[in-house]
Write a protein that binds this ligand. Structure first.
Ligand SMILES: *Cc1c(COP(=O)(O)O)cnc(C)c1O
Length: 444
């Protein structure tokens, strides 16, 4: 376990060494800024780390990538080559996987809307594993399975209603996702289970839950697994042969941004212990699915930006970058503190002024929050600033606010070759997309 490649620093260190400062400066000068970079070796390493962490589970372990965190096709291909599962939640995501010739057997469809039409479309594309989370949804899935005469594996997404200590919580009481174990309405786990069991084409596969993102405390997992155990005891009174074939414990493995977090291994240990204690309730060959977006993708990504302007007054120093919150929305919206460095300078000495990194927009919230582990003190006009660990939940939020185009993405493959993985959008493309040509045509 100690053999960590030189490309990935330990969990507790903020900066990746996947790109040297010379490489970063070369890239910025050749392609311009702002620009994103993705490192394939880091992606591969993170998958291995997560797989290793859960290997003590008594059954089969599969890692599922949550495509919402970064759907760049180069990155998706890397994960496909590693035979990951994909956690998809929309037909758009399914389209991306299909176009890359992804294996439909590796897909789990977990939508919030659960419509009959989307189920039909997904079945037509070869999907056979679905997560349902409502009475309305399970009946849509049953109808879709009957119309297409297809056997489907159905998992129930539960809302365990446990207290989650995390940055983003997804399973709180009265929350939007999943169904409670015991509610007085038909939207309860037992009612949905009955629907699945009495249907002709659905096979009950197991449970799915997702507690949140950036979870640093395993007690919410343990509490959820306790609740699953209690539910199984109760449900077996009605269905004595009921077994869990797959348990999908969702995402949330944390990344170190501004303070140390437990490693994947440290998170996994107590969870696997508890999972192995539930062996009475498993089928002969149970599968555990670990979902992840952030842990798998974040550390691979860097955003490079240039300092264009500076202002210093009353102990405050503002550096104005050529990027804005459309490129790192999480930094502003959920105060995600990315670790930041000035390239080619040590960035430790300053004159004592408090440094702010501001974006280009005429909006006072367009100021980047950055990690206290950052090294930007010496930064000045003309310097390049690198935001680290931006591989998850950043690129996917790119917006055209203030007529801004999407920046390019460079992908460094595992052999060290730099490839253009998304071309820079042109301002003319944006003009057309936003209806510019339609407006001009209308005028003539
Ligand atoms: C977003 C999401 C994930 C991924 O969460 P991370 O914090 O990125 O690991 C996993 N499962 C579901 C259902 C999600 O919605």
């Amino acid at each position: 376990m100690e053999e960590v490649s030189v490309h990935v620093l330990r969990e507790k260190e903020p900066f990746s060494l996947a790109f040297t400062d010379d490489e970063l400066r070369f890239t910025a000068e050749k392609y311009g800024t702002p620009i994103y970079l993705i490192d394939e070796k880091t992606l591969i390493e993170k998958v291995r780390e997560l797989q290793e962490a859960y290997k003590a589970f008594l059954g089969n372990v599969r890692i599922a990538y949550s495509i919402k965190s970064n759907f760049n096709p180069f990155l998706l291909q890397t994960f496909m080559r590693l035979n990951l599962l994909f956690d998809i939640a929309s037909l758009g995501e399914l389209y991306f996987i299909n176009r890359l010739n992804g294996n439909p057997e590796n897909l789990i469809y977990t939508s919030v809307t659960e419509t009959f039409e989307e189920f039909l479309y997904a079945i037509d594309k070869g999907l056979r594993r679905f997560v349902v989370a409502s009475y309305h949804g399970v009946n849509n899935l049953i109808r879709a399975s009957e119309v297409t005469n297809t056997k489907l594996k159905a998992m129930i997404r539960i809302n365990p209603q446990v207290n989650v200590k995390a940055y983003v919580r997804a399973s709180f009481r009265h929350g939007k996702f999943g169904v409670p174990f015991n509610s007085s309405t038909r939207d309860s786990t037992l009612v949905i289970l009955r629907e699945i069991i009495k249907s002709k084409n659905l096979i009950f596969e197991g449970f799915h839950f997702h507690l949140g993102s950036q979870i640093t405390d395993t007690s919410s997992f343990i509490a959820t697994l306790d609740k699953i155990e209690n539910f199984m005891i109760k449900a077996r009174k009605e269905f004595p042969n009921l077994c869990i074939n797959t348990l999908d414990i969702g995402g949330g493995t944390p990344v170190c941004y501004d303070e140390p977090v437990p490693t994947a291994e440290e998170m996994a240990k107590p969870i696997v212990n508890k999972l192995n204690m539930l062996s009475n309730y498993y089928s002969e060959r149970p599968s555990l699915i670990i979902e992840s977006g952030r842990f798998l993708a974040a550390e691979s990504g860097i955003m490079l930006s240039k300092v264009l302007n500076v202002k210093e007054f009353e102990g405050e120093k503002y550096l104005y970058l050529d990027s804005g919150y459309h490129l790192l929305l999480d930094s502003v919206l959920v105060r995600q503190n990315y670790p930041v460095r000035v390239i080619g300078k040590r960035g430790r000495e300053g004159n004592g002024s408090k440094i702010h990194l501001a974006g280009i927009f005429c909006d006072s919230s367009d100021v980047f929050h950055f990690s206290p582990l950052s090294e930007i003190n010496g930064a000045d006009v003309g310097d390049y600033i690198a935001f680290y660990k931006v591989g998850a939940y950043s690129i996917v939020f790119n917006l055209p606010f203030h007529c801004q185009v999407k920046p390019p993405i460079l992908f460094k493959d595992k052999d060290g070759n730099l490839k253009l993985a998304r071309k820079k959008e042109s301002i003319e493309d944006l003009f057309e997309e936003e209806g510019g040509y339609l407006a001009l045509r209308d005028e003539t």
